[in-house]
Design a protein around this ligand. Structure first.
Ligand SMILES: [Zn+2]
Ligand SMILES: [Zn+2]
Ligand SMILES: [Zn+2]
Length: 297
């Protein structure tokens, strides 16, 4: 655990009253001695004045010396948001300074007009006493990166404006351009949160049919799948099938049967946030493949 060591001015003053005075603003654990200076020191931890215990704001403060954005205004802004996150249910108010090397696979998504990245660590959800570090969820989660246009104007009002249509996790800096960059995720306007349509959009750059009409048709179906993926269709690479056999000539053309290795996306609770992929069921299911002769239809 983190502790603070405070010099004990005069050992003669030690008394129960002295201890009670210390305990007003501190957890008081013990006394130690610096072997070089021979000074006695109190082993304490600061308590939050508002909570009268060691709340999240104390843990954030202990880490203030471990990071800097290189910009005083941005540092103070991030610190302010952390100093307002006393309880675990306020922890999403706390922004973080996120070094740029904590992101992987940064790619531009034209449809959203933003960059997408994998955030290696995921977001903070509570303090871990055992590891003396923040517990995090959603490792390798998708986030979007947007340039911070005016670093001088970061403020709580600015943050609240961003939060209308984004989840806001922190700030980073592109080491090449030196631009400060907001680490966000878009919220769905209809759901006011991160629904299936956001996850589908993040994946738009990971596939293409090679035909714009087909891409748009598939994307449109995915952009309707807010809470459930009931009517979603997806682009399935041909190598995700095996056992392909010709059956017959049908209404559209030739019909084949095949096994689909991955199976279809689950209808409900479909997103696997641990792995940032869709949960699937019916692996190796039989499907019929029918030729689509004219994609203009
Ligand atoms: Zn507190
Ligand atoms: Zn945005
Ligand atoms: Zn939605």
């Amino acid at each position: 655990m983190f502790v603070t060591l405070k010099s004990l001015i005069n050992p003669k003053n030690l008394s129960i009253e002295f201890m009670n005075k210390i305990k007003v603003g501190h957890e008081f654990y013990g006394i130690t001695q610096n072997p070089e200076t021979k000074n006695y020191m109190l082993v304490v931890n600061n308590k939050c004045k508002k909570c009268n215990n060691i709340c999240n704001t104390i843990h954030f403060q202990h880490k203030f010396i471990n990071w800097t954005s290189g910009n005083k205004i941005i540092d103070e802004f991030i610190q302010d948001t952390q100093l307002s996150a006393h309880n675990d249910d306020e922890i999403s108010h706390a922004l973080e300074w996120i070094p740029y090397d904590r992101f992987n696979n940064i790619k531009y998504i034209e449809k959203m007009g933003v960059h997408r990245a994998d955030w290696i660590d995921g977001y903070i959800y509570k303090w871990g006493d055992k590891c003396q570090n923040w517990g995090r969820l959603s490792q390798d989660m998708f986030v979007t990166l947007e340039d911070l246009i005016d670093p001088k104007n970061v403020s709580i009002e600015f943050m609240n404006k961003i939060k209308v249509d984004h989840e806001f996790y922190g700030i980073t800096q592109n080491p090449e351009t030196k631009n400060y960059v907001l680490v966000l995720n878009n919220k769905c306007k209809k759901c006011n949160g991160i629904c299936n349509t956001i996850h589908f959009q993040h994946k738009f750059i990971d596939w293409t049919s090679g035909n714009d009409d087909i891409d748009k048709f598939i994307q449109d179906s995915q952009l309707l799948a807010h809470n459930r993926t009931y009517s979603v269709i997806e682009w399935v690479p041909y190598d995700r099938f095996y056992g392909i056999e010709y059956i017959a000539k049908g209404g559209f053309g030739k019909v084949y049967k095949a096994n689909w290795i991955d199976g279809c996306i689950r209808y409900r609770n479909s997103w696997d946030s641990e792995n940032q992929i869709w949960k699937r069921e019916d692996q190796n299911m039989f499907v019929a493949l029918k030729s689509l002769n004219n994609s203009k239809n």
